[in-house]
Design a protein around this ligand. Structure first.
Ligand code: GLY
Length: 562
């Protein structure tokens, strides 16, 4: 296309999707709503809803749009999970998680001394799992959508082709990661301005990604898992010791799984089953806490923090032992989410004293924030969708497939590559989550829908690696126990404990100095301020037929409702 025409289109697009436009972080609406990490993507979803599409059409359009406008986590080269509640009250969960390639093996990330090679498991092309996002989004559209593939992909293609004006947030991310992108020519080409850092206000176009999305629009999953895009991906793998083959790509299928269901104080909790640990741990922790009157004990009190940390400690310890891909390992989900098990597991809880996490294994705290992204959607008919999607680390393994314009994930690091050795999220694991060919790596993503009396009450979820489940736990407890509206429930500062390391991390004001002192007196020794914000819970609540949406103020984002 001629450059002048492109710029004209870009100008029109900027009028439609001004990147500098910061939508309200909190909004009320009557009909439909989208809350995501990007105001542009939320606007794309809202437009689809306004055009008569349902929440699933909007979720697919937002998913592809995020791959263009929020490339650090929005993706077509990664994977994700989707929880759908249709207006007739049925709940479905889709697993579009990446899979280990067919030639992957248990010890592939161990060096000759048997030590974990972290560079290999996080920053190489061997770190890439077979991508699931494209197959997942298209499958959800076919099963539940009302619009055509071309309709829902059009906004993403247009955004990639004509470009967006970079805001401070995205330009700043590109600047901070410039040195990492320099290691791969195609990554440098996409994320720099001819080798120089992009600045806020620059027009950013992605012609290769637009071409890939156009192939997906024309040929469906075959536009990605076969043909020129697949060829380019496999060529990159072969040139860089990667494992993904044409067979891996062609055989990838998303899986519809039974949702995890729990009941907490009369509210129904619907969330993601294994291979995510999110839903199981969320319900397990809620079950442990249900016996205590958190409303009375009060938000932020030492007693409440102690109770919640002890529930977190036990649930995350179980994660390391029992959770993995259910197609390969017998995950005892029913036991872990039962009220009886919660009572037994919490029987040794001492209201006066901290327990000690088992000392085995050298868990460590993640050094950089793990990048994933969550969006929530409710439509006019009452369909609700919660989607969490990821490349694992920020910008995945930083490798853009030359000619195809998209980033590859480094999700293989979510496996337990060496027993009791921490992965990038500081999480431990064992046999349940060891690497096997075609197995899905364990996740913490927790897209969740809460219903009350058969009506949608809350749609929520978050990024944040190991911290995701505790973010969702706190949003749910804030709404149900502390009767907060969605804005306060999401804005309220959070804390996190994950069994190992035996540390409570907290955001400013989540725990006061007085509470820290009280917790120390109970025996909680490792208590410190988190260097990173905990989570980004873009959520929507339905109260008296009014939608209230919030994009988490910890990051730029947008709510778009009508
Ligand atoms: N990659 C983060 C997760 O799936 O939990």
């Amino acid at each position: 296309m001629k450059k002048a025409l492109l710029h004209k289109l870009a100008f029109l697009l900027i009028l439609l999707f001004p990147a500098s436009l910061v939508l309200a972080e909190f909004q009320r609406a009557e009909n439909g709503m989208v809350s995501s990490r990007s105001d542009i993507a939320s606007e794309v979803g809202k437009n689809i809803l306004e055009q008569g599409g349902n929440a699933i059409d909007a979720a697919v359009a937002v998913g592809f749009a995020l791959a263009v406008v929020y490339p650090s986590a929005g993706n077509i080269g990664g994977g994700g999970f989707m929880v759908i509640r249709t207006a007739d009250g049925q709940v479905y969960t889709q697993d579009a998680r990446e899979k280990a390639p067919l030639t992957a093996s248990r010890d592939m990330f161990l060096d000759s001394d048997g030590e974990l090679d972290r560079q290999l498991s996080r920053s190489s092309l061997q770190a890439t799992g077979v991508p699931g996002s494209v197959a997942g989004l298209l499958d959800a559209l076919e099963r539940f959508g009302t619009m055509s593939r071309e309709q829902v992909l059009a906004p993403a293609i247009q955004l990639a082709e004509t470009g967006i004006v970079l805001n401070e947030d995205i330009a700043g991310q590109f600047q901070r990661n410039l040195r990492t992108f320099q290691q791969y020519p195609a990554s440098l080409e996409v994320f720099s301005n001819n080798g120089e850092a992009y600045q806020a206000g620059d027009l950013w176009q992605q012609p290769d990604l637009a071409a890939t999305l156009t192939l997906i629009s024309a040929f469906g999953r075959d536009g990605f898992y076969k043909g020129p895009v697949a060829d380019m991906l496999v060529t990159s793998m072969q040139a860089n010791n990667g494992l993904i083959s044409h067979s891996d790509l062609e055989s990838y299928e998303p899986v519809w799984r039974e949702p995890v269901h729990g009941v907490y104080r009369g509210y129904d909790i619907w969330s993601m089953p294994a291979p995510s640990s999110g839903g199981v741990l969320l319900v397990q922790m809620l079950n442990m806490l249900e016996a205590y009157n958190l409303t009375e004990i009060g938000w932020g009190s030492a007693e409440t923090v102690h109770l919640m940390v002890e529930a977190q400690r036990r649930a995350y310890a179980d994660r390391a032992e029992y959770l993995g891909d259910p197609d390969f390992y017998n995950v005892p989900s029913a036991m872990l989410t039962s009220k009886l098990y919660a009572r037994q597991r919490f029987a040794d809880f001492d209201p006066e004293a901290a327990s000690l996490s088992d000392d085995i294994g050298a868990g460590s705290w993640p050094q950089e924030s793990t990048q994933t992204t969550h969006y929530s959607i409710i439509d006019t008919e009452g369909n609700a969708v919660a989607v969490t999607t990821t490349l694992n680390s920020t910008y995945g393994n930083k490798f853009v497939v030359p000619g195809a314009g998209f980033l590859l994930n480094n999700e293989m690091d979510d496996f337990s590559s060496k027993p009791n050795t921490a992965n990038g999220s500081g999480l431990l694991g064992g046999v349940a989550n060891e690497i096997q060919p075609s197995k899905r790596m364990l996740s913490s993503m927790t897209p969740t829908i809460v219903t009350q009396n058969d009506n949608v009450f809350l749609v929520t979820g978050s990024p944040g690696g190991s911290t995701i489940i505790n973010t969702v736990l706190q949003v749910v407890i804030n709404t149900i126990d502390h009767h907060m509206n969605v804005e306060d429930a999401v804005n309220s500062p959070r804390f996190h404990h994950q069994w190992q390391p035996d540390i409570i991390r907290y955001e400013a004001d989540a725990i006061t100095d007085q509470t820290v002192a009280e917790l120390r007196a109970m025996g909680h020794q490792g208590i410190s301020r988190s260097r990173f914000p905990l989570g980004d819970a873009n959520s929507i609540m339905l109260i008296d037929n009014v939608l209230e949406g919030v994009s988490d103020p910890r990051n730029v984002g947008g709510v778009a409702g009508f």
